[in-house]
Design a protein around this ligand. Structure first.
Ligand code: 4NP
Length: 163
């Protein structure tokens, strides 16, 4: 049985696809691609079917992440059956997810940055921002992705590669 991780933001074109791509590369590099299944979604429906925002793709590309193949979708209550970790980029999206959460959901519904080492609790929405905001999204997400992987490896007794 694999561990399912779903990253959720508002539009599913900036923050959650970034988290998806960053975490996927980390998981692949650790030889855990079959053990951890990753997806992303948005609480909003405006961008369904679209590729990530061009600024998100460009910033990610600079760090070697290819997000172009991802397509936006909206989160549904069925996601609570498929994913053990549903991780929101900010409190607004966490609240939207809490409203969708079935009473019998036994997984973890939390803010993604709980796994980071920073004092930040939320990944700020970069949609109306500038290039620095997209870099900040990547910085916060890379830090939290490493913490998330360590947590999942120890909780689910997955092998840890030596670095
Ligand atoms: P995301 O960013 O939630 O990180 O994908 C946004 C993308 C689009 C919008 C808001 C935030 N929007 O209002 O269309």
């Amino acid at each position: 049985m694999s561990v399912g991780v779903l990253f959720v933001c508002l539009g599913n074109i900036c923050r959650s696809p970034t988290a998806h791509g960053v975490f996927q590369r980390l998981v692949d590099a650790n030889g855990l691609s079959d053990a951890i299944v990753i997806d992303s979604a948005g609480t909003g429906d405006w961008h369904i079917g679209r590729a990530p925002d061009a600024r998100t793709c460009a910033a990610a590309q600079q760090r070697g992440y290819d997000l172009c193949e991802l397509r936006a979708r909206q989160v549904t209550s069925a996601d609570f059956q498929r994913f053990d970790y549903i991780l929101a980029m900010d409190s607004q999206n966490l609240r939207a997810l809490q409203r969708l959460r079935p009473h019998d959901y036994r997984g973890e519904l939390a803010l993604f940055l709980n796994y980071g080492q920073t004092d930040e609790r939320e990944v700020p929405d970069p949609y109306h921002g500038d290039a620095n905001d997209f870099e900040r999204v990547l910085d916060l997400i890379e830090a939290a992705a490493a913490g998330l992987l360590q947590t999942i490896q120890s909780r689910h007794s997955l092998p840890q590669l030596r670095r």
